[in-house]
Design a protein around this ligand. Structure first.
Ligand code: SF4
Length: 336
């Protein structure tokens, strides 16, 4: 989507929401510290303040610059952060619609959703639901990155396949190399393989394929990419972003990183693979928020599809007589 179009839609979306929630003021918008997103929202406010003075009811937009914590994408952690507390999820109920920001009823939506509101109201529900497929209607923003010729954000109906997105729109893998793996919905969803290229990129189809649409962040990896290394990089991200509120996530992500590092640094043992699975099973479903389930997705899915790569690293460690030795001393990143 072109930036000027997105700006206009956002401005109209803010106004429409203002009309829908007349009397609720101020509205709060929070952005991660990405310069483009920040300047985009500043433009929205400018448009609202300078060009639409005639609009009633008035909508005040207050921008909060986030400090970059991933967990503040979780709605209750976001509310805590806005109130000036640590960005940690709250137990629910009460849900934000009943008791949210400053204990008041609060509607929370992301900018992509808000940008669709004026279109739905202006052109009608039938027009919107005519785009895409049943139960998966409307356009979707797919952010394609990694090993593709034309990375970028593509707005497409939710009926496009992974193959069409990667090869027709993003230009395919550079220099004709083969595609090896794709994360279809941000780092918190299971990794898919080349065999999944014909999956439709909607919520239901990706769920059936064993992954999720999530944020629509599509990361492509070409042949030659070490999937164990890729899983470790993702795991280090989750270790860094765990808010620390509950033990399985706080301690489990730390143990997962240490075990993965041992394998990648060629000191792993075959029993480490069972340890990884066991750690994931003790995180799944045992945490305050969905972050715990998300954090284990890269490890479990790469173990499922590329277990041979884990075993190869461990066999090399055994051949070198290094299996089971302490991992190489690498500094662990800090945490929020
Ligand atoms: S699952 Fe992780 S991120 Fe979520 S509340 Fe627990 S420690 Fe925090």
């Amino acid at each position: 989507m072109r930036l000027d179009v997105l700006r206009r839609e956002l401005a109209q979306g803010a106004e429409t929401i203002g009309g829908l929630v007349a009397g609720v003021s101020p509205s709060e918008a929070r952005v991660r510290p990405a310069p483009d997103a920040w300047s985009l929202l500043e433009v929205v406010c400018h448009l609202h303040d300078e060009e639409r003075e005639d609009f009633r009811p008035r909508l005040d937009v207050v921008l909060h610059r986030g400090a970059g914590a991933y967990i503040c994408g979780e709605e209750t952690a976001l509310l805590s952060s806005l109130e000036g507390y640590r960005g940690q999820p709250r137990l629910r109920p009460p849900f934000p619609a009943v008791e949210g920001l400053y204990a008041s009823p609060t509607a929370i939506n992301n900018v992509e959703t808000l940008a669709n509101v004026p279109l739905i109201i202006g052109r009608g529900v039938e027009w919107f639901s005519g785009i895409g497929r049943e139960k998966n209607t409307g356009p979707k923003l797919y952010c394609v990155s990694g090993h593709v010729k034309r990375p970028g954000v593509y707005e497409l109906p939710m009926e496009v396949t992974l193959r069409e997105l990667v090869f027709d729109h993003a230009g395919g893998v550079p220099e004709g190399r083969r595609l090896k793996a794709v994360i279809p919905g941000g780092s918190s969803v299971p990794v898919l393989t080349e065999a999944h290229l014909d999956v439709i990129l909607d919520f239901d189809s990706l769920l059936q394929a064993g992954s999720m649409l999530g944020s629509g962040g599509v990361t492509v990896m070409e042949e030659g990419t070490s999937m164990v290394w890729a899983a470790l990089r993702l795991m280090e991200f989750f270790y860094h972003e765990s808010c620390g509120k509950c033990t399985p996530c706080r301690e489990g992500t730390s143990w997962l990183v240490q075990t993965m590092r041992r394998i990648v640094s060629k000191r792993g043992r075959m029993e480490d693979l069972e340890t990884l699975t066991d750690l994931c099973q003790n995180i799944a479903g045992r945490t305050v928020c969905a972050f715990g389930d998300a954090a284990i997705a890269p490890v479990l899915s790469t173990l499922q599809h590329w277990r041979d790569e884990y075993e190869e690293l461990i066999r090399e460690a055994e051949a070198d007589g290094l299996a089971g030795l302490p991992e190489l001393i690498l500094p662990m990143a800090g945490r929020h």
